[in-house]
Design a protein around this ligand. Sequence first.
Ligand code: ARG
Length: 371
Amino acid sequence: MEWSAGRTQVNSWNEWDPLRHVIVGRATDCHIPPNEPALEAKVPEDSDMRGMWGKRPQESIDRGNELLDGFAALLEARGIRVDRPDPIDFSQPVTTPDFHTGSQFGCMPPRDVLLTVGHEMLEATMSYRCRWFEYLCYRPLMQRYFEEDPRFRHEAAPKPRLTDADYHKDYLSEKIGVEKRLQWAADKHFVTTEEEPLFDAADVLRFGRDLVVQHGFTTNQKGIEWLRRHFPDHRVHAVNFPGDPYPIHIDATFTPLRPGLILNNPQRRLPEGQREMFHRNGWEIVDAAQPAHNSPPPLCYSSTWLSMNVLVLDPKTVCVEKSEVYQAEQMDRLGMEVIPVELRDAYAFGGGLHCCTADVYREGGCEDYFP
Ligand code: ARG
């Protein structure tokens, strides 16, 4: 069915077809959550955030929202429909029969929670206790899409129990050291155990019939197997990036730009043994340009590699963070038109231009790129 702005349709099969409708997150009421096993393993050992929790400073939230609103307005000016989540009160603790944690997180990166595959939007299990209820921020939109699009499939993966059995204890020490972390990453020994299926939506990249899923801290093998059974018409490929001591979410590591071309973080190269399907089908995997910054902004979970966390608007047009001049230059050389978007002061809320969005509609259908 053809796109018409007046009618809601959920349809998106890949990361690059022309974008028509998208969700952009909000920084409102975002909290630094208290310590919990999955988070402890993730916060970099030298981070300014270790040991602190509570609501983020209001000025930083206002600034984050200013940038996210600006990004939403820029997309709208290009004719893209933009919806926004409804933040809940993130100061509320999360208590289930199995665990308790003192606060929630926020709703800035919808990419982490919502996986759009064709006419379906799937709420991920999530792997942090503080993000257990984050899907509630998107329920008003899901209800609307359900009413307005008769083909829309609203799905939710089984909520995980997230007891201590979900986390490896050896990851819960203050000082592990990067060397040991890299060894563990190479051995595919991550903080999450195989107790039950776990995945965050941002570990999944969509290539038409193929889904590429990062096995790491936020997605375990059972989570990947769950996706395989849930999408029987897809081929699901597990990948891992041994160069990443904090492997969380694939979109600052491996970034498809258009059919045949993927940027790969040069510090987190896809192992030779996992490149076969790309090479066999003539896809090029190129090293991403260096980030423009030496360190992430204050109180940020992510690395400087949010430089490559770009949002592709169509196979010739890409949004790149405004200060990421090397990444923009490389895009230009690769034949992409670059739209600079200021977002760095919103990174602390959970990520960059790709993270802070979730696809609702891209043109095109389900192609087989790896026959
Ligand atoms: N793990 C990535 C890095 O720090 C950040 C990924 C953020 N992505 C997201 N969808 N929240 O390099």
